[in-house]
Design a protein around this ligand. Structure first.
Ligand SMILES: NC(=O)c1ccc[n+]([C@@H]2O[C@H](COP(=O)([O-])OP(=O)(O)OC[C@H]3O[C@@H](n4cnc5c(N)ncnc54)[C@H](OP(=O)(O)O)[C@@H]3O)[C@@H](O)[C@H]2O)c1
Length: 304
């Protein structure tokens, strides 16, 4: 009994993207400490393996594994990770879509997609889509998208998902829109997976003093580091709400919601727009070629 209390996720399999640093590392640590078989997706084969070994040691859980990637902003790399997961892990009970970033200068990947949208939106969309059959097979299962309170003043411009030219702004606009899109996708996956035993939610981890934004150098990195040191919460505290939503029994049945500080919040009006959610889902599917999750039967279509 003591074992099941201290290792409540024993026998469960978790996957965390961006697990080599920041919030993702602490989420992975928390999952491994709870006894879950934990698969870290991180940049660099050797580096991710090293982090997995360190987590296995520090949590005394030998079942911590790694999949190294070059760049999750590439659809081809996300496909490769998905394939490795589907082949290597017949069951996945927890998927935390954590990897993400902000980019001061607009950049386009070798596959032709704006980098913020590709990394923060297309990649978690595709990985989740590819893992849906495994998640359903493993149910009860949970998916968590790392969104942000930064989503709140944004709208999705469906004619310009790649935010060309001035629409990109300083990088913050593209980032904030991508976090709105994460929230919308979370709600759409949740709707499509109604009744499957798979819950899908989005979280705001708080303003966290992590490596976030430091890739940009210059004034943006300085500002984020400065304000992060003054006002940011630690990465351990930043991991608290994602871990809570991924594991706590009290929220096992909650789906399609947005959490901040362990509480369900409404999110912006735009984030609750079901038409935008479906439209974004369709657009991401068209871009990535992900398989469709069929619409759930509407109550009027169910035979009496
Ligand atoms: N920090 C905040 O205040 C805050 C607030 C709201 C939401 N969030 C969200 O929380 C999530 C984690 O952010 P964080 O604060 O922990 O930031 P972070 O310290 O910069 O960590 C980001 C993680 O994503 C990985 N990553 C970045 N670009 C990647 C790429 N192209 N391919 C594969 N992996 C990549 C990083 O890998 P490396 O270890 O190789 O760098 C790292 O593990 C993000 O989705 C972010 O939007 C953060």
């Amino acid at each position: 009994m003591a074992g099941s209390t201290s290792r409540p996720l024993s026998g469960r399999v978790s996957v965390v993207t961006g697990a080599t640093s920041g919030i993702g590392l602490e989420v992975a640590r928390g999952l491994a400490a709870r006894g879950s078989t934990t698969v870290l997706i991180g940049r660099g084969e050797d580096r991710t393996k090293g982090v997995a070994q360190e987590l296995a040691r520090s949590t005394q859980n030998p079942d911590v594994f790694s999949i190294g990637v070059s760049d999750l902003a590439l659809i081809s790399e996300t496909e490769r990770v998905a394939e490795a997961l589907v082949k290597g892990y017949p069951k996945v009970h927890i998927l935390v879509n954590n990897a993400g970033g902000i980019f001061r200068r607009r950049d386009v990947t070798a596959e032709g997609h704006e980098r913020t949208f590709a990394l923060n939106v297309l990649s978690p969309f595709l990985l989740t889509s590819r893992l849906v059959p495994t998640l359903v097979e493993s149910a009860p299962a949970r998916v968590v998208f790392l969104s942000s309170a930064a989503h709140s003043r944004q709208k999705v411009d469906f004619d310009h998902l790649d935010l060309p030219g001035e629409l990109y702004g300083s990088g913050w606009t593209a980032y904030s829109v991508s976090k709105l899109e994460d929230l919308l996708l979370g709600r759409e996956f949740a709707r499509r997976l109604t009744g499957s035993g798979v819950t899908v939610n989005a979280v705001h981890p708080g303003f966290v003093h992590s490596g976030f934004g430091l890739n940009n150098g210059g004034g943006m990195a300085f500002g984020i580091r400065f304000f992060g040191a003054l006002f940011g919460r630690s990465v351990v505290r930043g991991a608290d709400t994602p871990l809570f939503v991924a594991t706590d029994p009290s929220v096992a049945a909650i789906t399609g919601q947005y959490f901040d500080r362990r509480q369900v919040r409404s999110g912006s009006a735009e984030s609750r727009d079901p038409t935008a959610a479906t439209r974004l889902y369709d657009a991401c599917r068209q871009i990535t070629g992900a398989p469709e999750i069929p619409e759930p039967p509407s109550p009027t279509n169910v035979d009496a």
